[in-house]
Design a protein around this ligand. Structure first.
Ligand SMILES: O=C(O)[C@H](O)[C@@H](O)[C@H](O)[C@H](O)COP(=O)(O)O
Length: 228
């Protein structure tokens, strides 16, 4: 685990490491995909990343998950990404949001599946967060499509999700899609999240703490960034 002294140092380090992965993907494949999380934690990291010097015109940014709300909502992860990340040098990046205006995630899912099929896979980097209940992306304990989302045999990249504690209905990349990446990151801050992570590292079902599906998978190494 990368233990940083504070949020600013974490943001600077994670931004530099993410920029290096984007440059490596561009050098290798000509393009780079970056999937980021919403919520409260990533804003400082987004600010630091937006200043990184690289060919952002070759980068496509998307979200690992989204609340089914328009960008006018303060709950919109897309609005956060546009405001905090797609600016400065990163203003040249292409952003592909997940909310597509359909009435429900179910109604929007097929069109979104087609949209994300055109993203540059594998992702160069996927940056996950984690909730106090042990969810990551929109893999919520008790989620109505949790088994589907965690099924590595499913061809679906996009899964809908409803759960107590999730607020509005959600859409999420599947576990298999998120593991299709050069680099996998978990970004958490604070003593409370560290305690949740330590609990998840103990034995127990992934359905109860879905972050366990990330901790236990063997497809791609996990890089954890934490600060108090
Ligand atoms: O849309 C979302 O809610 C996120 O993508 C989600 O998975 C987030 O990463 C965690 O809930 C942590 O959220 P905080 O950073 O706000 O604690």
């Amino acid at each position: 685990m990368n233990r940083l002294a504070n949020s600013d140092e974490l943001a600077a380090t994670l931004a530099a490491d993410t920029a290096a992965a984007l440059r490596a993907a561009i050098a290798e494949r000509g393009v780079a995909g970056l999937a980021v999380s919403g919520g409260r934690t990533p804003e400082r990291f987004f600010g630091a990343l937006s200043h990184q010097d690289l060919d952002w015109s070759r980068v496509t940014v998307t979200l690992v998950d989204e609340r089914w709300v328009p960008e006018t909502s303060p709950r919109s992860n897309a609005a956060l990404v546009r405001r905090a990340l797609i600016r400065n040098a990163a203003a040249a990046a292409r952003f592909v949001p997940l909310y597509n205006g359909a009435d429900t995630p179910e109604a929007g899912r097929a069109a979104l599946e087609a949209t994300v099929a055109a993203l540059p896979f594998p992702f160069a980097t996927v940056v996950l967060g984690m909730g106090d209940d042990g969810h990551t992306a929109s893999f919520f304990p008790g989620g109505n499509e949790l088994a589907h989302a965690l099924d590595l045999g499913s061809p679906d990249r996009i899964v809908t999700m409803e759960a107590d504690g999730a607020g509005e209905p959600r859409i999420t990349f599947s576990l298999a899609a998120l593991l299709h990446t050069d680099r996998l990151v978990l970004h958490i801050e604070g003593a409370g999240k560290l305690a949740v992570l330590e609990k998840a590292e103990a034995e127990g079902p992934a359905e109860e703490m879905p972050i366990r599906a990330i901790l236990r998978q063997k497809r791609v190494p996990l890089n954890i960034y934490w600060c108090p």
